[in-house]
Ligand binder design. Structure first.
Ligand SMILES: Cc1ncc(COP(=O)(O)O)c(C=O)c1O
Length: 366
């Protein structure tokens, strides 16, 4: 029996009736763009993030892109971020005309290392963009302290971390804007693309709402250069159904992570470190593994799906060659890229399946 890295079909079967009812209601209503489900979801998600405003957008990438715009980040500005993340974290900085400045990660958490941020701050630095990678919040205590001291903006890339907290405070509630993705594989995933920006600042919320609708609030009147970036009503209705299950699904992920921790403890792999200051929502369960590629191939032969998030740090991507950050300059991100392996984790994964994965890893290391 194969164990995929992610199984969306099994989840769908558990909520099929609720989803079909929600879809049917939207289709019957005829209201497909910015209707009651988007408005309700914006409030529901904002309250998961400790309050403020939610602005439903077309994707997590757009949430980052519109955040840059709403905060006035553009040509001449630098934004400090992590090289060990999905490309959208940085290409949205570049799209805005600003420059991403990559600093190394904390090898324990895989998140941006606050100690590396301060030396990278220049008079051009406008913002810090931490990513709460794999579902574990970055060190927001140290990051907010730096932001305060140097008067920098903070955008949180919370694409992988809805529901996670740092010192009891939810992600998306620290910086000026928090960005969420509802890409289908996320802990709260749509059946298509979707995203949301979260902010406690009413003016920023207003700017984001204007930006997502061609830069206008009244039809055919445009006050600024905008985008077409709206979360679909249909996706919002689907996400509202799934949100009702998110707390329970997150607990299941945490239970599975604890089971892996125990079963892998005596093997040569390094299980994920969890900071005592956070709740981790385990979007991924990512180990460091000696002979990583061989292990991955071995598991693949057993029908066990795994993924390498991420095989090439962003400063080494061809698209960022012009930044001139050579190999060897961000050693922890580079080492992580060579060692990490994400194992199957999703709420429907059974105890037996987790055991099967762990036993296969044990067998590989013989
Ligand atoms: C860390 C991170 N940032 C940004 C994104 C972009 O989100 P989306 O795929 O919804 O555009 C993703 C997910 O794909 C992500 O994992």
């Amino acid at each position: 029996m194969s164990i995929p890295i992610l199984d969306l079909k099994t989840q769908y079967r558990t909520i099929r009736q609720e989803i079909q009812t929600a879809i049917e209601q939207v289709l019957e209503s005829g209201q497909l763009i910015l209707g009651p489900n988007v408005r309700a979801l914006e409030q529901e998600i904002a309250s998961w993030c400790g309050g403020g405003h939610g602005i439903g957008l077309a994707s997590g990438t757009d949430a980052l892109r519109l955040a840059m715009d709403a905060l006035g980040i553009g040509p001449g500005d630098e934004v400090i971020t992590t090289p060990f993340t999905f490309i959208a974290t940085a290409n949205t900085i570049s799209r805005a005309g600003a420059t991403p400045v990559f600093v190394d990660i904390d090898p324990k958490t895989f998140n941006i290392n606050p100690f590396q941020i301060e030396p990278a701050i220049t008079e051009r630095t406008k913002a810090i963009l931490p990513v709460h990678l794999f579902g574990q919040p970055a060190d927001m205590g140290a990051i907010m302290e730096l932001a305060m001291r140097y008067h920098l903006l903070v955008i949180e890339d919370s694409a992988q971390a809805l529901g996670a907290t740092f010192r009891g405070q939810p992600v998306c509630s620290f910086g000026q804007i928090g960005c969420l993705s509802f890409y289908p594989t996320k802990n709260l995933g749509a059946y298509g693309d979707g995203g949301m920006a979260i902010t406690r600042d009413g003016e920023i919320a207003d700017r984001l709402r204007v930006l997502r609708q061609h830069g206008g609030r009244i039809k055919y009147h445009h006050e600024r250069l905008g985008y077409n970036s709206r979360l679909d009503e249909l996706q919002a209705a689907i996400l509202r159904v799934k949100l009702r299950h998110l707390a329970e699904w997150t607990s299941a992920r945490q239970r599975i992570a604890a089971q892996y921790d125990q079963l892998l403890a005596d093997l040569p792999v390094t299980t994920p470190y969890r900071s005592p200051e956070v709740t981790h929502v385990y979007h991924q369960y990512t180990i460091r593994a000696p002979r990583r590629d061989e292990l991955q191939a071995f598991l693949q032969k057993r029908g066990i799906g795994t993924m390498v998030y991420y095989p090439l740090p962003l400063h080494l991507q061809p698209m960022y060659a012009h930044l001139g950050v050579p190999e060897g300059s961000l050693p922890e991100a580079e080492r992580a890229a060579k060692e990490v392996l994400s194992l199957p984790i999703y709420p429907e994964l059974t105890e037996e399946q987790v055991q099967t994965v762990a036993e296969a890893i044990r067998e590989f290391y013989g």
